[in-house]
Write a new protein. Structure first.
Ligand code: MOS
Length: 732
């Protein structure tokens, strides 16, 4: 199905099942431990062997020699796989560094060998016996140090200039010129990266934990130099991804290589302390923002430049994206600069681009509102735009930012905020309120599905879409149930298998809208074949309560499948509506914090997100996504930072003891409001993404609240008590 025109009325609009707050249909399996994760397919391969990764002890250079003999002599060891004996390996299109290094080392803790043994403990013990001699080469590890030398944009990411920024900036009545920084961050999904590989002849089956089945499938074929049809990738349950499992990683490749070497199934899990340096992370940014307004606070000039670093084949953090669309202003500039760094590979982490971009921009906007003497909510409303500011002929499909901000202000009690910082106290606590706008693009991509209705009345849906903890199973079941007029319990959803039709996968908050739109397309086909079979007009027939109705007749769907199941396959493909319209999602984030005047301890006390993100397919799972994202925003604001050792080139705090994320005690009252925002331009589902929107802007709202509480403006994340202490008022 080609989606080329805005959606008209369709069966999903009934919202009998779609749009209802159903519990997750995979919930019982998850809560009873019967949903197998990648490391847990015990019944499939009882004779499994265990692989343990040997990782590089330098960040850049070469392996001079490797002695694997002591490991091979160790008890239980079957093999040691290295780049030397693994056979020729390619590199997946989406990997910047090789997943098995040697002799060249591209980053610290790059995998250089896999020890395969009878037990996990034997493999781990033997891995420590592999002797590697390295020749170290100097590398670049310090973004701030590299920044001055990077003066031109990446080839495929040109600067965007609109109007005449320089002149408008020079003549602006009120100006802000400031630098903001965000640190490297790690996804830290609950379930570590893990894979199990089984070869039968030249056919490989890989059970893994991956957000994008098709990307893993194609990149594994490319890396192993074998045909894609010889590989099957299976990943039905995933314990969190956040972008860290978008790509083929070393656990998957090395499980495949290990299993090929020992002719047995092999499991590989990345130990937590390996993950930050061996996998991808969100790259640090240095962001330069200039904003100029007239005396009333109307933006005339806005410029945002962002520097980030990556390995030679890596891409920049696109932190200026939201600045192209969020506010009006005739004269504008945005630019990306990419420094070459020899740190581990930077890549997508939940709302890449907008997350760090808004961390900076939405402080800058708060600072500007203060300078212009305008309330921060009103300042944003004053500078709203309903069109792409670079191309006024290109409207937003839907844009409810103002409604998000107004609703949020009212529900949060924003009018009680004191504009002058440091005025509100409760004992030793300085109390402040802050807010920020949230913005995240709504991306679309083709997505396929297969549906089958059998004689027992069960509707089976198959798609390689993944559920990374988000609720995909449930919203897909809701979509199929709605389309065929069946109860939710009649739908059996099967996900995460490369044997199923290719979906858009779980990434970039496109999963919910596009994967359900693919299921919608397949269901439209199935409805047609049912209608034809039972002599109904497919255009006008209504599917409800297990029956098909039209022209005064009602027939049970069972009659259509009496002589065998009916199935249909289709995919949704998107025309140019995403070019004609800017499709984005919007939020207003409101936060109240308390800062201990003596110690600088920061406690988030209240949070509210008001989201406009198209039709909400399931308010319960969507709310869970948003509160999870808000929690992540607390982490980004107050805790998360991969500390870079700029001499040795690695992330020092590489486990959950030292890389801090919020725990329950850090989380206050969180409230989420979804505005009615049905968007017929996004897809037949009229939905958009929401899982990443919930994070976008949150950390700046917290920073702005800290400013309002204390009068201390922090432009470098995370905001910690040591950023505040020297400037806090004297405690009486
Ligand atoms: Mo997302 S960072 O595309 O999983």
């Amino acid at each position: 199905m080609k989606f080329e025109k805005p959606a008209g009325t369709n069966p999903v609009d009934r919202m009998h099942v779609v749009g209802q707050p159903h519990d997750r249909i995979d919930g019982p399996k998850k809560t009873t431990g019967t949903a197998p994760y990648a490391y847990e397919w015990h019944d499939i391969a009882p004779d499994v062997a265990y692989g343990y990764i040997v990782d590089a002890a330098i960040a850049k250079g070469r392996i001079i020699s490797m002695n694997t003999q002591p490991a091979l002599n160790a008890p239980g060891v079957f093999a040691v796989v290295t780049a030397e004996n693994a056979g020729p390996l390619g590199k997946g299109e989406r990997n910047a560094a090789s997943l098995l290094g040697g002799p060249d080392i591209e980053h610290y803790q790059q995998a250089v060998a896999l020890v395969v043994a009878e037990t996990f403990e034997q493999a781990r013990a033997a891995a420590s016996l592999v002797q590697v001699e390295y020749q170290r080469e100097p590398g670049a590890y310090d973004l701030a140090k590299e920044k001055p030398s990077v003066t031109t944009p990446p080839e495929d990411q040109p600067d965007q200039d609109v109007g005449d920024f320089a002149t408008a900036w020079a003549t602006a009545a009120v100006k802000l010129d400031a630098i903001y920084t965000t640190p490297d961050q790690s996804h830290m999904a609950m379930e570590p990266h893990a894979s199990m590989a089984v070869w039968e002849g030249d056919k490989l089956t890989l059970w893994t934990s991956n957000q994008m089945i098709n990307w893993a499938h194609t990149d594994l074929a490319e890396t192993l130099n074998i045909p894609q049809e010889n590989i099957r990738v299976i990943s039905p349950y995933i314990g969190g991804g956040f972008g860290g499992k978008l790509f083929l990683r070393s656990d998957a490749l090395l499980a495949a290589l290990g299993a090929r070497a020992v002719k047995r199934p092999v499991k590989v899990m990345l130990p937590r302390p390996l993950i930050p340096n061996n996998t991808t992370h969100r790259p640090a940014t240095i962001q330069h923002i200039r904003i100029g307004t007239d005396r009333d606070g109307k933006i005339s000039a806005i410029a945002h430049d962002s520097w980030s670093g990556n390995l030679p084949d890596g891409t920049p953090e696109t932190a200026v994206n939201q600045t192209r669309f969020l506010y009006a202003g005739a004269h504008r500039h945005t630019g990306l600069r990419l420094a070459r760094l020899d740190l581990p590979e930077g890549n997508a982490m939940r709302a890449p681009g907008e997350t760090p971009g808004l961390m900076a921009l939405e402080i800058a906007i708060d600072e500007m509102a203060t300078k212009a003497g305008v309330d921060p909510v009103e300042f944003r409303i004053l500078n709203d735009t309903q069109v792409d500011p670079a191309n006024p002929d290109r409207p937003f499909s839907r844009r409810q930012l103002i409604a998000c901000l107004r609703t949020g202000a009212e529900r949060f009690g924003w009018q009680q905020r004191h504009a002058t910082p440091g005025e509100v106290r409760e004992g030793n606590w300085l109390i402040g309120m802050g807010m920020a706008a949230g913005f995240r693009d709504n991306l679309v991509a083709p997505s396929g599905a297969r549906v089958a209705l059998d004689a027992s009345g069960t509707l089976t849906v198959e798609t390689d879409m993944t559920d990374i903890g988000t609720g995909s199973y449930t919203i897909i079941a809701q979509t199929a149930a709605e389309m065929l007029g069946l109860p939710l319990e009649s739908v059996d959803v099967r996900l995460g298998d490369s044997a199923f039709p290719i979906s858009a996968g779980s990434g970039g908050q496109w999963g919910a809208n596009t994967s359900t739109a693919g299921v919608y397309a397949a269901c439209v086909k199935l409805r047609e074949s049912i209608a034809k079979k039972l002599g109904f007009n497919p255009e006008t027939a209504v599917f409800e309560a297990g029956e098909i109705c039209g022209d005064g007749r009602r027939v049970s769907l069972r009659e259509a499948t009496a002589d065998g199941a009916l199935s249909a396959e289709d995919k949704i493909e998107f025309g140019d509506l995403a070019e004609k319209y800017q499709q984005s999602t919007f939020a207003g984030h409101f936060v109240e914090v308390g800062v201990d005047a003596a110690t600088g301890e920061i406690r988030v006390r209240r949070m509210l997100a008001v989201c406009a993100a198209g039709r909400i397919l399931n308010p319960k799972t969507a709310r869970s996504q948003v509160i999870g994202a808000m929690t992540m925003g607390i982490g980004a604001a107050l805790m998360e930072e991969l500390a870079v050792d700029t001499r040795q080139g690695y992330f020092v705090n590489h486990d959950l003891a030292a890389y801090e994320v919020p725990v329950h005690a850090d989380i206050p009252e969180q409230e989420v409001i979804f505005l009615d925002d049905t968007d017929p331009i996004s897809s037949p589902m009229k939905a958009k993404g929401v899982g990443e929107l919930g994070l976008c802007g949150v950390s700046a709202a917290i920073d702005n609240a800290v400013y309002n509480a204390t009068g201390v403006r922090v432009r470098d994340y995370p905001v910690r008590l040591d950023s505040l202490l020297s400037e806090l008022p004297d405690v009486v």
